[in-house]
Design a protein around this ligand. Structure first.
Ligand code: FAD
Ligand code: 2HG
Ligand code: ZN
Length: 462
């Protein structure tokens, strides 16, 4: 491979070809593709991002934008000799605007750093996910991240007023600022959000902030399975006179995986059998006994078998850790094939029924179900049996996936609720998006990146 261009670029901007950096920055959280970037660049400001893109356009070099590399669909993977462009040095973090409740930040600031920055003012950016320590604002917006508070606040796209984006030809677009009301033609900010780095590179964002929830109440409840969890959700939404912040579900084997991988005791105490499933509910505000009354009702109706109510912030963190640690724990116990699906909440019972009866037996491993029940979003993880060869396992999963996607198509669900398409889910795209819609996406991509150099092969092939 000709590498003269790498030396030339390395004289202009910080660049690494160290094998360790190529391994680290050439991949995200997924472990399906072998990272093979040609180099990694670390621009220090937006103008350098533009300079790199212009250089790459002139030399026909493919570029992969890389954030915190926590993505779960291989969107930030560079397996074909691409140049990785890391945003980690774009770390300017401004002051909170106390009038408009906004904050302007570089794309490379982590989600958690934004939270800490606003906390002392009683404010937060309500995009909250278990990967918050590593994922970056740019990555959150490029994936339109969901997370554990979507039920209350919606996805990341609702919490942005301005974006700065570098295009493949080196143009820098300033799309909006901290102004809240701004209806001037088609909204290019929203086009960029969720586009997984195929249309432009986010260099800076102005975020909307929300009040940090006070008087957080957290319940960890044992339920009989998915149907009971859904019934509980219906009760919470209709009869509970409180504001839900989160409503999360995990099957028994997920809980077992966390207990085993993290070396923690059962949340329900003792050494007795774990319940078929558990639901973590977070509610905000002073409730004057309303939550206790609701809990008594659902226990009387036998919707809940056992329950814990957090009594302190240490308790809240301890209970949330059972949910937050699922992905990490499953990853430690084995190789996982992942699906991230959603259907209307009202059709989730029907979906799970068919999944368990017809689709689950076709997967070549045990299924682990958990997710954001309140959003109709389930994470279906399949663990590779230790005796199965990885290639055979991936192939078997891809065959079974097609049945899963057919089922979702029939129910009008989504093949990617929050993680995006990236490289991994390209074969799923057509089950949730029609041919005319995909053709329109391609036309937009071609208009902004005619040579297809920005994150090539992600979402769809040109
Ligand atoms: P990366 O993985 O680096 O990149 C993701 C995509 O965005 C890639 O296509 C990349 O090319 C592109 N990209 C990155 N930065 C930029 C930029 N500045 N400009 C343009 N494109 C860019 N996701 C959820 O939605 N909800 C969850 O609850 C959730 N929980 C998670 C829990 C764990 C333990 C893990 C490991 C992941 C979880 N994720 C979740 C997935 C992941 O954290 C999110 O998708 C996150 O938003 C990715 O951010 P990142 O900075 O790590 O992006
Ligand atoms: C979560 O909700 C993430 O914890 C990760 O979206 C899901 O690991 C997964 O499948
Ligand atoms: Zn999730």
């Amino acid at each position: 491979m000709k590498t003269q261009w790498i030396d030339e670029l390395g004289q202009r901007v910080p660049l690494s070809r160290q094998p360790q950096d190529l391994q680290t920055y050439g991949r995200d959280w997924t472990r399906v593709y072998v990272p093979r970037p040609s180099a990694v660049v670390f621009p220090r400001h937006a103008e350098e991002v533009c300079e790199i893109l212009q250089f790459c356009s002139q030399h026909g070099i493919a570029v992969v934008p890389s954030g915190g590399r926590t993505g779960l669909s291989a969107g930030a993977v560079a397996a074909e000799g691409e140049l990785v462009l890391s945003l980690e040095r774009l770390r300017d973090l401004g002051e909170v605007d106390p009038f408009g409740l906004t904050l302007t930040t570089g794309a490379g600031v982590t989600n958690h750093e934004v939270h800490v920055h606003c906390e002392h003012l009683g404010l937060t950016w309500p995009v909250d996910l278990a990967s918050k320590g590593s994922c970056q604002v740019g990555g959150n917006l490029a994936t339109n991240a969901g997370g554990i508070r979507v039920l209350r606040y919606g996805h990341a796209r609702h919490w942005v007023t301005g974006l700065q984006v570098a295009l493949m030809d080196g143009t820098l677009l300033n799309l909006g600022n901290a102004v809240q009301k701004d209806n001037v033609g088609p909204d290019l900010r929203q086009l960029m959000i969720g586009s997984e780095g195929i249309l432009g590179i986010i260099t800076r964002a102005t975020l909307r902030l929300a009040l940090l929830p006070t008087d957080r109440q957290v319940l960890f409840l044992a339920v009989d399975g998915m149907e009971a969890g859904l019934e509980l959700l219906r009760h919470a939404r209709i009869q509970g006179r409180f504001q839900l912040q989160a409503f999360e579900y995990m099957g028994r084997n997920c809980l077992e995986a966390v207990i085993k991988a993290q070396g923690v005791p059962s949340p329900f105490g003792g050494s007795g059998e774990l319940p078929p499933a558990a639901v973590l509910i977070e509610v905000e505000g002073r409730l004057d006994g309303e939550l206790d009354r609701w809990l008594e009702q659902v226990m009387a109706q036998k919707l809940v078998q056992d329950g814990l109510v957090a009594k302190s912030s240490a308790d809240i963190n301890r209970l949330w850790a059972y949910r937050d640690n699922i992905t990490e724990s499953l990853g430690r116990l084995g190789l996982m094939h992942k699906n991230d699906i959603s259907v209307e909440v009202g059709r989730l019972a029907e979906f799970v029924h068919t999944l368990e009866k017809e689709v689950a037996p076709t997967f070549p491993g045990e299924l682990y179900l958990f997710g954001h029940l309140g959003d109709g979003n389930l994470h279906i993880n399949v663990m590779k049996p230790s005796a199965t060869d990885p290639e055979e396992f991936w192939d078997g999963c891809h065959v079974a996936d097609m049945q899963l996607y057919e089922l979702l198509h029939k129910l009008g669900g989504s093949v990617s609720a929050e993680h995006g398409i990236g490289l991994l889910k390209k074969s799923a795209l057509g089950f949730s998006r029609g041919p005319a819609e995909v053709a329109t996406m391609r036309a937009v991509k071609k208009a902004l990146d005619p040579e297809g150099l920005l994150n090539p092969g992600k979402v769809f092939d040109l």
